[in-house]
Design a protein around this ligand. Sequence first.
Ligand SMILES: Nc1nc2c(ncn2[C@@H]2O[C@H](COP(=O)(O)OP(=O)(O)OP(=O)(O)O)[C@@H](O)[C@H]2O)c(=O)[nH]1
Ligand SMILES: [Mg+2]
Length: 322
Amino acid sequence: VTDAETRGIELLTRGRSGDISAVSQLITALEGDSAVGRAVRPHVHSAAGHAHVLGVTGAPGSGKSTLVNAIMREARARRRSVGVVAVDPSSSLTAGSILGDRIRMQEHTLDPGIFVRSMSSRGKLGGLARATVDAIAVLDAAGRDLVIVETVGAGQADVEIVQIAQTTLVVSVPGLGDDIQAIKAGLLETADIHVVNKADRPESNRTVASLVEMLGLRCAEPHSWTAPVLSTEALNGGGIRELLDAVDEHLAWLKSSGEFTRREREAALARIQTVASDLLLKRMRETSFATDFSAEVEAVIARRLDPHAAAVRLIDHLAPRR
Ligand SMILES: Nc1nc2c(ncn2[C@@H]2O[C@H](COP(=O)(O)OP(=O)(O)OP(=O)(O)O)[C@@H](O)[C@H]2O)c(=O)[nH]1
Ligand SMILES: [Mg+2]
């Protein structure tokens, strides 16, 4: 056992007993792929697997953070510990609105049953999903009952988060027929629960009705889950109790239907593939083309070898076939 591993295990033990600073340090260690992070990874994995991971996604400004805040409050009232990973929108939003998120969520920080981590997608292209998955795993391993992940409903990260979350909420707002279309159709279909937030606004009922109609067009298979369409007023907590009830019902359905195990298997496979392609990419970047591949480069220039064949050689070099 190395020093790094000892340190990692110590952080994990402290995190599991509710030490928020230890949880934070663990996430940083994994995010930075430090010696401690690498050594503790298998321990985090074996301690995790008990949390209910809830994804919250939807159009920018639909009230996701406010909703997460309200869900946190309700979950705490039900004596559940909560961890939140808020993935900051990558563009089109001012630093002010991101700061707003942090301040709103920080309302709970005096409560050790709450842990909020903001992730910035800035400058982490491609690595965002990995960092997010690591943070979720740490919160799960630290014994959080509910782990909530907020992402903006656009882009690759969301698609990956949907795979990781056991229950996905897709948030929309009233009067936005166009907005519903703006949310990627694929994302709309992955919703386990639809939330029409800002129900205090006019046209809320119409939006709920049109969503129900739209979803009804797909034929529901027997024994399958029919995603409910719920309306909430996140600002004042309206509809949040019913929402958390639906979240619980969805988990119960996942477990009773066998879907839980099926998704777990699918997620494990996707995770292995993602990490493998990250590792391959990393090895490729570390390859010194000038020295290791000068012959191939020259051959391509001299048109004795085509780039495709050279690429196959590169891949065989990075990950030799057995
Ligand atoms: N009227 C009304 N406004 C709300 C409600 N919930 C949230 N808001 C407001 O909507 C705005 C956006 O809320 P956020 O929670 O920051 O939305 P978001 O989806 O997290 O936004 P991004 O993370 O920037 O994409 C804020 O001004 C909230 O106060 C609601 O139920 N009713
Ligand atoms: Mg937000």
